[in-house]
Structures are given as structure tokens and as C-alpha cells.
Ligand binder design. Structure first.
Ligand SMILES: O=P(O)(O)O[C@H]1O[C@H](CO)[C@@H](O)[C@H]1O
Ligand SMILES: Nc1nc2[nH]cnc2c(=O)[nH]1
Length: 216
């Protein structure tokens, strides 16, 4: 965790995140930093991730605001909220209806517009990974309404919502996930890292501009 000030606000920044595929799907462990942030008094969490584009409008380097998510591991019982519930972190049963705060999304859209950025809005689906998806799996996700695909974020957002932290999330599209099994093009982690590196500065400027304008 890095502590500092940005736009007159106190911020804490994670230098990385724990992925369920790195920790045998122990989602309670992977979300510990979110619970620590709650105990520190954090009110707003901004999450970002690298994701494969499913929606055909999405191209390499695009930013997609997350409007909603499909938490596949969570639906299958791998939720950070299973097990004993500690009421210091919120209720046993949690609504994620408004997981990605509408006012924060509007603020991000306004900031993007002022900076002439093209911003998409869509649904992020989290798979367990670490293998990338087969073309048939991507096609399944497309059918159920997903626009972008990754292996993170939903477990962190679920814990944040349980704690009452408001969330803004966006995906950087690092690869086109929507591929044909007969094409020779495939996703690689090198491609993901390369596009993420190129977009780093633009994405961090976007986040700082949003933080400057936060009124919470
Ligand atoms: O979601 P983040 O951590 O940004 O990274 C995404 O990119 C990695 C795969 O290339 C996976 O970890 C996936 O979740
Ligand atoms: N699951 C998944 N995660 C990603 N992270 C970056 N790209 C991808 C992708 O295509 N699929």
C-alpha cells in the first residue's frame, strides 16, 4: 500500500492485487486489502484491470467503464463472503445491484468527455483463469451479455460493497478475446502487458483527474 495525497484527498494505492488463481481460489485472502482499506476509512475505491474485449466495438487500448459484472466464481460458490460473517465488515446478505456507482460513472464520463477520450460502458465478466478462454467460452460469455473479460476485480468489488465502499471500475482492453477457433490469432500475456504499458500514463491521468473532482 502506498499512502499519499492527490487533488487534496488522502489516497491509498495498491501496488498490485491478489488473484484467486494465485491463491487456490482463497477469495477471503485475496480481498484482505479491501477490508484493510475499509478499516482505514476508505470511502471510494477505483479499480482497474486488463481485459479481453468481447464486444466487437472494443479495440486494443480502449477504456471501458464497468457498468455491471458477472462474477462467475462467485456464482459457483467461490465468493469472498462465504464462511463466518464478521459484522464489522457488513451484512451477511449483500446487494450488488448498484455495485458500480452511477454518480461516479457519470463523473468519469464527464471527465473523459472534457479530455476528448472515447469511453465505452459495459459488463465485465470474471473467469477463474489463469488459462485464457477458448473461442466457445468467449462466445458463451457474449451470449449472456458480457462485453469484456478478465480474472480479477469482482471479488474485490463484492467485499467493497459489503463494507459500504463506493466503487468506480474500468477495464483497459488489452486484447480481442472474441476470436474464431479457425483463426491462427491467439491471446498472449505479452500482448496484455505491452498494451497495458502503453496505456499506463493515459489511464493514471484519467484516474487522477477523477480523484481531483471527487466531492466525497
Ligand atoms: O485483472 P488484472 O489483474 O488487471 O489482469 C488481467 O490480466 C492477466 C492475464 O493476462 C490476469 O491477471 C487478468 O486478470
Ligand atoms: N480471462 C481473461 N483475462 C484477460 N486479461 C487480459 N485479457 C484477458 C482475456 O482475454 N481473458
Amino acid at each position: 500500500m502506498v499512502f499519499g495525497q492527490l487533488g487534496g484527498k488522502k489516497v491509498v494505492c495498491l501496488q498490485g492485487r491478489f488473484h484467486p488463481y494465485e491463491h487456490s481460489m482463497d477469495l477471503a485472502l485475496c480481498t484482505l486489502p479491501v477490508r484493510v482499506m475499509h478499516q482505514l476509512g476508505v470511502k471510494v475505491m477505483i479499480v482497474s484491470n486488463a481485459a479481453g474485449g468481447i464486444n466487437t466495438v472494443l479495440r486494443h487500448g480502449d477504456l471501458m467503464l464497468i457498468k455491471d459484472h458477472i462474477f462467475l466464481p462467485g456464482l459457483a460458490g467461490f465468493s469472498p463472503l462465504v464462511g463466518c460473517n464478521d459484522p464489522r465488515f457488513g451484512a451477511r446478505f449483500v446487494s450488488v445491484h448498484d455495485a458500480y456507482d452511477k454518480q461516479l460513472r457519470q463523473l468519469a464520463i464527464d471527465v473523459g468527455r472534457r479530455n476528448n477520450m472515447t469511453l465505452y460502458e459495459g459488463v465485465y465478466v470474471m473467469s477463474g483463469g489463469p488459462q485464457y478462454e477458448s473461442p466457445a467460452e468467449v462466445s458463451l460469455f457474449k451470449t449472456v451479455g458480457a462485453d469484456a473479460l478478465g480474472m480479477s476485480t469482482c471479488h474485490e468489488v463484492t467485499v467493497a460493497r459489503q463494507c459500504g465502499i463506493k466503487v468506480l471500475g474500468f477495464s483497459l482492453i488489452t486484447n480481442i478475446a472474441n476470436l474464431d477457433a479457425d483463426q491462427s490469432v491467439e491471446v498472449s500475456h505479452e500482448e496484455v502487458l505491452d498494451i497495458a504499458k502503453q496505456a499506463g500514463e493515459r489511464a493514471s491521468r484519467f484516474v487522477s483527474d477523477i480523484i481531483q473532482e471527487l466531492t466525497i
